[in-house]
Design a protein around this ligand. Structure first.
Ligand SMILES: [Zn+2]
Length: 77
């Protein structure tokens, strides 16, 4: 089981669009896979960072290499 991470883009922390939680599971998503074509993302021939909300499971997908991930322990801000 991986530890939760916080994520930032530029000088802003990324929070869940649904519950505003700030802890995520991170998962690298390969956009040039058949799965990406299924998601109609075949145009983006690069990897993306998937952030899955720790609390509600909402999946955020960033095709942006500037997303920074910070490992943390939940409850420690
Ligand atoms: Zn959430």
């Amino acid at each position: 089981m991986s530890k939760p991470v916080r994520a930032a883009l530029g000088d802003r922390w990324i929070t869940c669009m649904f519950c505003e939680g700030s802890f995520f599971r991170d998962r690298e998503v390969k956009l040039n896979s058949s799965g990406a074509e299924f998601l109609n993302l075949a145009w983006a021939n690069e990897s993306a960072t998937g952030l899955i909300c720790w609390d509600c499971g909402y999946v955020h997908l960033f095709a942006n290499k500037d997303v920074e991930l910070y490992k943390t322990k939940k409850g420690e801000v």
